[in-house]
Design a protein around this ligand. Structure first.
Ligand SMILES: Cc1cc2nc3c(=O)[nH]c(=O)nc-3n(C[C@H](O)[C@H](O)[C@H](O)COP(=O)(O)O)c2cc1C
Length: 186
């Protein structure tokens, strides 16, 4: 299995409108693959403007926020690509699409790393951050997974949140939990 890094990918459309989405970048030699499931704004944007930034952040509210309709995270201009990056990123990568491998379900866009820039120190792992990421993945699969699987996995992750979350992780968790509740009530 390849290495996958969970990042916040920013793209733009031809009019310069910014789109932010959590995406797992897949390692391939020295390059990174962005593999969006169709339909995808990230895919449409990359085909129109073949550049992206991947922001690395420990603020898991951005991951949870994008999965719960909160897309409006502050961005700033990048150095070499016409796509902004997350303002709060600890570091970010600037990427250029070099190859498109089309697929009816999940095309793969191979990207060359142009720059990798550090902005702030990484201050260590927090288990609740990992729990929020896993919960955000579950929320992205609400339509696909059985209710029992989602409730069982969220129950396990909740224990980690109770033990180790700070205010950011708690806020992110509550957004995701509200979305799951609303999904099963409807
Ligand atoms: C940690 C994480 C990783 C994700 N990785 C991917 C991915 O590799 N491909 C994808 O299509 N969606 C991925 N998703 C789900 C997308 O963020 C979400 O479905 C998003 O709306 C993508 O569609 P868009 O390009 O139209 O925004 C991921 C979600 C999370 C929380």
């Amino acid at each position: 299995m390849p290495l996958i890094r969970e990042t916040i990918v920013t793209t733009v459309d031809r009019a310069g409108r910014i789109h932010i989405a959590p995406i797992g970048l897949i390692a391939e030699d020295d390059d990174w693959i962005i593999a969006p499931f169709r339909p995808s704004t990230t895919l449409d944007n990359l085909l129109a403007v073949p550049f992206a930034t991947a922001s690395h952040t420990d603020d898991v509210r951005v991951f949870a926020g994008c999965l719960t309709g909160r897309h409006d995270w502050p961005t700033v201009a990048s150095d070499e690509v016409p796509v902004p990056r997350l303002a709060g990123a600890l570091s970010h990568a600037e990427l250029a699409v070099t190859e498109v491998r089309d697929d009816p379900q999940r095309p793969k866009l191979r990207c060359r790393l142009l720059r990798l820039i550090t902005h702030a120190p990484f201050q260590g792992f927090n288990r609740a951050q990992a729990a929020v990421l896993e919960a955000a993945i579950l929320v992205s699969r609400l339509q696909l997974l059985p209710r029992e699987t989602i409730e069982r996995d969220l129950g396990y992750l909740h224990t980690t949140i109770d033990k180790t979350a700070g205010p950011r992780e708690l806020e992110a968790w509550n957004w995701l939990a509200d979305k799951v509740r609303a999904h099963f009530q409807s």
